[in-house]
Design a protein around this ligand. Structure first.
Ligand code: PMP
Length: 285
């Protein structure tokens, strides 16, 4: 089946899915997006993702020319048109065509498109044995600038940290916030385990409120694991028993080395495994 992209209400072949060079999404990163996944034909936490998309849009005063229901239906229609059961979706809303000036008021027609594809963020061996990460020197955008809660098209902050990771020969980097506390990785949230307690930075630390993060907190609650949303320092990471990342594409990925320091035993920990397996089961349910 030839891959199709949903573009402003139509399913079009991939190479016909085009956006203008005058689109403010391209000129200024003025737009919002979501990354969503389906397992066995069922889209995971679809309502939550659609809601976050509308919240992000509202946050930048971008009005999506569709209802949440229509967006959800369009994602499902894109999945069917591509014939994929296990898929990754990129839903993007741009401000649309405007002038070369910044004024978003000149952009009359927001553009909406949905890409459906397969995704493998990290090689399976790394997921099994654990990831090595570094702390980036690039600070996370402060929450009172462009809030990291907005899933906007402006990902340069994350890209700069990702370049640092690549330069260091690793796949991910954790960013600290303007206060020096841990925020999140370039495309994933971060958790640690110490003495059986699960901790993760609060939303106020300047993070995207990940939907996988929420699911893991929920699962931990069901397992009777104590969960704390609290500020973490780099030292907290270094002396943790376990560390893992969460994200739609990554799911639950163990971290075994940070800034060359071994975390815990240097192997994926038992709580990481337990939560990862349960997340896997829940997503495929
Ligand atoms: N933080 C950032 C910066 C992200 O881009 C993402 C999504 N890739 C996440 C965290 C994880 O969010 P979610 O679990 O909703 O995919």
């Amino acid at each position: 089946m030839a891959p199709k992209v949903w573009l402003n209400g139509k399913l079009v072949p991939r190479d016909e899915a085009k956006i203008s060079v005058f689109d403010h999404g391209l000129l200024y990163g003025d737009g919002v997006f979501e990354g969503i996944r389906s397992y066995g034909g069922k889209i995971f936490r679809l309502q939550e993702h659609v809601r976050r998309l509308f919240d992000s849009a509202r946050g930048i005063r971008l009005s999506i020319p569709m209802t949440p229901r229509e967006v959800a239906d369009a994602i499902e229609a894109t999945r069917r048109a591509n014939g994929l059961e296990d898929a990754y979706f990129r839903v993007v809303v741009t401000r649309g065509i405007g002038t070369l000036g910044l004024d978003p008021g000149r952009c009359r027609e927001p553009q909406v498109f949905i890409i459906c594809d397969r995704i493998e963020l990290y090689p399976p061996a790394i997921c099994a044995n654990g990831l090595e990460i570094i702390t980036a020197a690039t600070m996370r955008t402060p929450p009172n600038a462009v809030s990291p809660r907005l899933k906007s098209l402006n990902y340069l902050n994350n890209i700069l940290a990702k370049i640092e990771a690549t330069d260091a020969g690793v796949l991910e980097a954790v960013m600290l916030n303007h206060l020096g506390y841990v925020s999140e990785c370039t495309g994933d949230n971060l958790f640690i385990v110490r003495d059986g307690v699960l901790s993760t930075p609060p939303v106020s630390a300047g993070i995207l409120k990940g939907i996988t993060r929420d699911s893991v907190i929920e699962i931990a609650g069901r397992f009777g694991i104590q969960v704390r949303e609290e500020n973490l320092t780099r030292l907290d990471l270094y002396i943790a028993d376990e560390c893992f990342l969460t994200g739609t594409a990554a799911e639950v990925v163990p971290v075994v080395r940070i800034d060359k320091r071994l975390i815990g035993s240097g192997k994926p920990g038992p709580m990481t495994k337990r939560l990862g397996e349960e997340f896997h089961r829940l997503a495929r349910e």
